[in-house]
Design a protein. Structure first.
Length: 167
């Protein structure tokens, strides 16, 4: 919206913003907990994947020559790596897998501690208010569904009456 003034042009901008209701403490807690769980679950999956031999097999992509003693031949002129190098690599991968599993277990224990602390911090009034809110919300949903069913039944009866009246 433009307004012309004496010395210059003033520009007034109105922004269309939708107002959102504030989240309840229970909703904020649930959102934070979901974010923590999702983050830890993603880390857990990536660590388990790194610990498994599947990722190592996928990296090789089936390029393994069975005559090379377990190594990967990258060129015909290049000799395959010795079996000792494969054993050292397998040992290193096993150690990394163990460390990854320890880190994953530590993260999961941290999540369990967070959940326990969150439950302990919620007082009785908050829990009762949350339960009341959930009950009211489910009652409203049930009432709305009953009204929709009633409308559909009325329409069905009208259609039946029209069909029986035409015969």
């Amino acid at each position: 919206k433009k307004e012309e003034g004496g010395e210059g042009i003033k520009l007034t901008v109105k922004m269309n913003r939708m107002l959102e209701k504030d989240a309840t403490p229970a909703e904020e807690w649930e959102a934070a907990l979901n974010a923590t769980c999702n983050r830890l679950q993603t880390q857990y999956v990536s660590l388990i994947r790194a610990a498994s031999s599947v990722s190592a097999l996928e990296e090789m992509g089936g390029r393994q020559d069975p005559r090379s003693g377990g190594g990967v031949m990258k060129a015909l002129s290049e000799p395959p790596p010795p079996v000792a190098a494969d054993a050292a690599m397998s040992e290193l991968q096993a150690r990394l897998a163990v460390e990854n599993l320890c880190v994953t277990s530590s993260h999961l224990l941290g999540l369990i501690r967070t959940l326990r602390l969150s439950v302990l911090l919620m007082d009785e009034d908050t829990i009762a208010a949350e339960e009341t809110y959930q009950v009211l919300e489910s009652q409203a949903t049930t009432q709305q569904a009953q009204e929709e069913v009633q409308k559909l039944e009325e329409e069905l009866m009208k259609l039946r009456n029209q069909i029986s009246g035409e015969k």
